[in-house]
Design a protein around this ligand. Structure first.
Ligand SMILES: Cc1ncc(COP(=O)(O)O)c(C=O)c1O
Length: 357
């Protein structure tokens, strides 16, 4: 037993050994503008309805392993068939399942950088080699470099978050189509922020059998705490994912809540519109400071670059507002990502920025 006290780190798989645990801050400042969540909770009457439905379900039984009803409803909304869909415990889980099924030891995963950190982390977790291709200074895609990496024998897939996190820009359709036409590798477009940009790649699934479109209920649909994501792709891609998916990956509450939330889709679209107008207001006001570079955003957050980024983040936190800093991330020196909050939260942010700059 004695020898068990230490040394387990040596047994960690290569790749995992170098990783740090993902630590999202739970007890930070009260105004949370750091995690790209919706600032609006699910309306009370809808919560009540969801809870009543959940109470009526048999808790002693396993949930529907296929998420059949949810996939039917999503299929209709996405204009695809249920066979083209898989649901996940958040879209994070689907990213991991994609890499478990199609990546792994000896393979490469390509993505632009900076982007959502889980593409790199989950590639390492699943034994693959992450290859980041720097975005240009205006955050546009470096197509020749991406195509070069996609051409490597060992490359299995490309992840493109559009709008991209943390840069906020959506990649132009022509550029992404150029990539799709030039490769037969799996191209996963992560539309976590798609509803804020009012654009989607779903309608092109029929044209490109190697395209997969990832979405989540965590952002515009206010369900980050419940964990529901989904992927639409060719049925063959989905079948591959079903081989590695845990049998009951979505619990009964998550399936039920997602169904109820989907029923009010127009409401969420409208709410996304309100967040977009706030985003424009916040961006415009921040742009008035010559020292602040505000990057145009099509998501529910804005990225800014300012020399005093670290100081600003600390002072905002001291005054009760959490924003996300990226001091150690390549290409993001002096950058802060500010999630759009409720109007009164944004007012408070803007007031503090005025005092601090
Ligand atoms: C681009 C992108 N994809 C996926 C996710 C994860 O979302 P989920 O809550 O569905 O796991 C995030 C969360 O920040 C994200 O920014």
């Amino acid at each position: 037993m004695e020898s068990r006290r230490s040394g387990f780190k040596n047994y960690l798989r290569a790749g995992v050994r170098e990783l740090e645990p993902y630590e999202a801050e739970a007890n930070g400042p009260p105004i949370r503008l750091d995690a790209n969540e919706s600032p609006f909770d699910v309306p009370e009457d809808l919560k009540q309805e969801i809870l009543e439905g959940f109470r009526a379900l048999p808790w002693n039984r396993y949930p529907d392993s296929q998420c059949w009803e949810l996939r039917q409803v999503l299929a209709e909304k996405c204009g695809v068939t249920a066979e083209q869909l898989i649901a996940g415990n958040g879209s994070d889980e689907i990213i991991r399942d994609l890499l478990t099924a199609y990546g792994g030891t000896g393979t490469q995963t390509v993505f632009p950088i900076p982007t959502f950190s889980m593409f790199r982390i989950l590639t390492l977790v699943t034994g693959g080699n992450p290859v980041g291709v720097r975005l240009k200074d205006d955050w546009s895609l470096d197509i020749p470099s991406l195509l070069r990496e996609l051409g490597a024998e060992s490359t299995r897939m490309l992840f493109l978050a559009s709008p991209n996190n943390p840069t906020g820009n959506a990649f132009p359709v022509e550029q992404v189509e150029e990539i799709l036409k030039s490769t037969d590798r799996l191209v996963v477009i992560d539309e976590a922020y798609g509803l804020f940009a009012q654009q989607s790649w779903l309608s092109r699934l029929g044209k490109y059998p190697h395209l997969a479109v990832l979405s989540t209920f965590s952002k515009a649909m206010s369900l980050a705490g419940v964990r529901v994501g989904y992927l639409a792709a060719h049925p063959e891609i989905i079948q591959g994912l079903n081989r590695v998916r845990l049998p009951y990956n979505l619990d009964a509450l998550a399936q039920h809540a997602a169904l109820k939330v989907m029923a009010g889709f127009e409401f969420w679209k409208e709410q996304a519109g309100k967040i977009v107008s706030e985003r424009e207001r916040v961006s415009e006001q921040l742009s008035q400071y010559p020292r602040v570079r505000v990057y145009p955003s099509q998501a529910n957050f804005v990225l800014i670059r300012v020399k005093e980024a670290q100081h600003l983040k600390q002072e905002l936190a001291r005054h009760g507002i959490a924003v996300r800093g990226f001091s150690a991330r390549e290409g993001l020196d002096d950058c802060l990502r500010i999630t759009i909050g409720r109007p009164e939260e944004n007012d408070q942010l803007l007031k503090l920025v005025t005092q601090l700059l």
